[in-house]
Design a protein around this ligand. Structure first.
Ligand code: UD1
Length: 318
């Protein structure tokens, strides 16, 4: 049994990690400032973890949170491309300054390894598909720049201080508990809830935009593997966390029509600023070095996700 600190524990991905760790019998400490996380995401597990309401910009509290911890899963962030376009300073503070604080606290507490929620947005709009880790990054939005800067800080802490770090570049993670209620919500969460309610979804662009949509269980598994893989295979490195398949927004709409029973049409609007057109991952490095495997494909993941939103008696954000 190891002790884990999950930052952003009340968020969609953080709260899923908390549950997976508890299921394995690990000891969990969770921190969140509730900027985007929700207490309800932890409801039935809250009594089983050491939860602290802490902002990662508060270094002293972070130091205390890192005491006695073996592994840090750093998920806390302001995870939005459009929000970062509106507020690059806020994005940088949470997504870069916050990460450096986590690294300093983890280093000084002699944590064994830090696994970081990096982002596929680091690749930007390079025409090459699939995206592989050795490609030159080309971030477009302030969010993407911040996530990439944090990756570099991770690697720097491995090189300079020997703190083992692993970066997982998430490709559009989706699943139960993803917040569908904000204008910045991930497209699958937003569309699922809108279409279940009979509301018309809006596709930004022509619908040919594609993403490597990755069900949450795959991301959880990647995090656990990134903790257990030998340092020689993964320390100081970056891995794509995805499925290796891309789905267009038009295909998303059609699939959700089947699953939600929505009979209306979709609206098309201009593309969002900072958006990239296509995203698809090469996952061979993660397969090779982390023994990562896709556990749940897009169709099964989307079905599980819609089932979950359907069971929400009081829909999130309603
Ligand atoms: C990006 C990053 C991802 C990051 C995430 C955080 C890429 C490839 N991915 O996701 O790594 O974790 O930000 O937010 O850069 N859309 C609609 N209608 C809507 C909402 C969205 O058409 O109502 C479109 C968007 O314009 C975009 C696509 O759906 O083209 C996906 O959007 P979203 O789910 O917000 O994620 P990304 O911006 O791709």
């Amino acid at each position: 049994m190891a002790k884990y600190l999950v930052t952003g524990a009340a968020g969609f991905i953080g709260s899923s990690l908390v549950r997976a760790l508890l299921d394995r019998g690990d000891e969990v400490r969770g921190i969140d400032n509730f900027a985007t996380g929700r207490r309800e995401n932890l409801t039935e597990v809250l009594s089983r973890i050491d939860f602290r309401q802490i902002d990662i910009l508060d270094l002293d509290s972070l130091r205390e949170a890192c005491e006695g911890v073996d592994y840090v899963l750093h998920q806390a962030a302001i995870p939005s491309v459009p929000k970062s376009v509106l507020d690059p300073i806020g994005s940088n503070r949470a997504n870069v300054d916050g990460t450096v604080n986590v690294l300093v606290a983890a280093r000084d507490a002699k944590v064994k390894r830090v696994v970081y929620a990096a982002s596929s947005s680091a690749y930007g709009d390079t025409p090459t598909l699939p995206k592989y880790e050795a490609m030159t990054p080309n971030p477009i939005s302030p969010y993407a720049v911040a996530k990439l800067a944090s990756e570099l800080y991770m690697t720097s802490f491995y090189r300079c201080y020997g703190l083992e770090t692993v970066c997982l570049r998430y490709f559009n993670i989706f699943g139960p508990r993803q917040d569908p209620s904000s204008q910045y919500s991930g497209v699958l969460a937003k569309f699922s809830m809108q279409m279940l309610r009979g509301e018309q979804p809006t596709i930004f662009g022509d619908g040919q935009t594609s993403r490597d949509f990755t069900y949450i269980d795959n991301a959880v598994s990647a995090n656990l593997l990134a903790c257990s893989a030998p340092a020689s295979e993964c320390a100081g490195r970056v891995f794509n966390c995805a499925t290796g398949r891309r789905i267009t927004l038009n295909e998303v709409f059609e699939a959700l029509k089947q699953l939600t029973g929505y009979t209306g049409s979709v609206k098309y609007a201009p593309e969002r600023r900072g958006d990239i057109k296509h995203s698809l991952a090469d996952i061979s490095q993660a397969e090779k070095h982390l023994r990562y495997k896709v556990l749940v494909n897009f169709e099964d993941g989307l079905r599980r996700t819609v089932e979950w939103y359907t069971t929400q008696r009081q829909p999130v954000g309603a």
